[in-house]
Design a binder for this molecule. Structure first.
Ligand code: ADP
Length: 230
């Protein structure tokens, strides 16, 4: 029992360290920029540039806090999950359309393969957030010229949604950690993320009695597969 207690104290400590670290960076940028801008009078254009840059940091902090609030509400069972008939193929098509422009701007060939409607019981807003996170990650971690394939099919019991990319891949020894809160394989290539998106995806999948699996090979790409009961 003592070792379990020690484990949970350590988890709380690690969690506080991570939150402080993630918020410290945007806060110190905000402080530095504000102090510098107050050192001497500046033109209206300069103030605008500084305010715009400060706004970016504020949005970054807001995103972290919103994701953390979602996860702590989720842990306490306080997220309301609607149970509608949702066509997951239509939801995937919507996600594809939403990211089509961003992918093309990055010269990524994004394709969609569907086999007709697939109905699952669930919350369309949460499921769409899950798909959005996975596709955004695929775009973030796939370099120019890469490919992304979004597909959905079903077997007797499950809808199977796959998001496969030819991006950077994930080292084998790190795959088991990527769903942990704040875990990032390589902060320098994170594309501004905070390592919270996949924890949210996993929670949403499990709240729908589903699961997510990952196959990845370093330098060759990743495939995230979502299974949801039909
Ligand atoms: P982030 O906001 O950093 O993207 P996530 O929780 O969504 O956080 O993902 C955790 C980590 O998993 C990422 O930092 C990245 O290292 C890795 N990862 C997620 N999706 C992919 C992908 N499609 N290809 C390569 N690495 C990925």
């Amino acid at each position: 029992m003592i070792s379990r207690l020690e484990d949970s104290f350590r988890q709380i400590q690690d969690f506080s360290d991570n939150v402080s670290h993630e918020l410290r960076i945007p806060l110190s940028i905000l402080r530095g920029q504000t102090e510098l801008s107050l050192k001497r009078p500046r033109s209206a254009d300069e103030y605008k540039r500084i305010l715009r840059s400060n706004l970016e940091e504020i949005i970054r902090m807001e995103e972290i806090v919103e994701k953390l609030l979602f996860l702590s509400k989720a842990d306490r069972g306080e997220i309301e999950i609607n149970r509608y008939d949702v066509d997951i193929s239509a939801l995937l098509r919507g996600t594809y359309e939403q990211f089509n422009f961003q992918a093309r701007e990055k010269k990524i060939d994004i394709k969609l393969k569907l086999n007709g409607p697939i109905s699952v019981r669930g919350d369309d807003v949460l499921l769409s957030q899950l798909l959005l996170n996975l596709v955004q990650n695929a775009i973030t971690y796939t370099p120019k010229g890469g490919e992304i394939l979004l597909s959905a099919c079903r077997n007797d019991t499950e809808a199977i949604i796959s998001i496969a990319d030819t991006g950077s891949g994930i080292p084998e020894e790190e795959i088991s950690h990527i769903f942990d809160k704040f875990y990032q394989v390589d902060k320098s290539r994170s594309g501004g993320g905070h390592g919270l998106g996949l924890s949210i995806c996993k929670w949403i999948a499990e709240a729908h009695q589903g699961r997510i699996t990952v196959k990845s090979s370093l330098g060759a790409g990743s495939e995230f597969t979502l299974y949801l009961p039909v």
